[in-house]
Design a binder for this molecule. Structure first.
Ligand SMILES: [Fe+2]
Length: 218
């Protein structure tokens, strides 16, 4: 990456991108991991593959998934970029093509009019035995929970036509995943909707007009 990286607070210190994909079988541990602690901690965040074009916004940086696997008092680590369409095109080009600022002038002309599956950089959820990478402007992308390889877009069996929020919630009683998304280009359907998905069975949707919605107690 070039010098503009160090000048940007979202590309330096604690936000500095990891520039490689790697696997560590045994991380160095200070202290002691309880023997009965067994499982994997996942995290995701923006981690641009190349020096960004123009002003960098972390909201649109390439998503990277990290996994810390704890077993037998040991910890292994693995990280992978999500193979989005943007990441794949830029990887082939060997440089950034898509701007992160939202300004058309920051885009390479070859991709200026392109619609993609986003950057998958905001949140990870585990739902119906699938690890899903989420980002507000696009649909989920499924990740292999062991290898962290990108499996591909997940649209709830083709029932999610567009984007969904990156912050869905699970109903603890029903197990339903509740989320909203903007589902149509048609002007009269541009208002958000709430979708619910029962485990493995269906996607329902409820019309939701934010102009009439009030939270509890208001
Ligand atoms: Fe968000």
């Amino acid at each position: 990456m070039t010098s503009n990286v160090a000048a940007n607070p979202f590309l330096s210190r604690g936000f500095e991108p990891i520039r490689m994909e790697c696997d560590y079988a045994h991380l160095t541990i200070k202290g002691e991991i309880p023997h009965d602690l067994d499982g994997t901690f996942y995290r995701i965040g923006p981690n641009p593959q190349f020096a960004p074009r123009g002003n960098y916004s972390p909201l649109n940086g390439d998503g990277m998934v990290h996994a810390f696997c704890l077993r037998d008092s040991r910890v292994s680590y693995r990280n992978r970029w999500v193979r989005t369409q943007q990441w794949t095109l830029e990887h082939a080009a060997g440089r950034a093509l898509f701007g992160t600022s939202g300004l058309p002038s920051d885009m390479d002309p070859s991709v200026a009019a392109m619609r993609t599956d986003g950057v998958a950089n905001t949140n990870l959820i585990w739902h119906v035995n699938r690890l899903l990478a989420l980002e507000e402007g696009h649909g989920p992308i499924e990740i292999d929970h062991e290898t962290l390889e990108t499996i591909g877009a997940w649209s709830f069996d083709h029932k999610l036509p567009r984007n969904m929020t990156a912050h869905p919630k699970v109903d603890p009683d029903s197990g339903e995943l509740l989320f909203f998304g903007q589902l149509s280009h048609r002007a009269h359907q541009r208002r958000p909707r709430i979708l619910s998905r029962e485990f493995g069975r269906r996607v329902g949707q409820i019309a939701f007009d934010p102009r009439t919605f009030r939270g509890a107690g208001s």
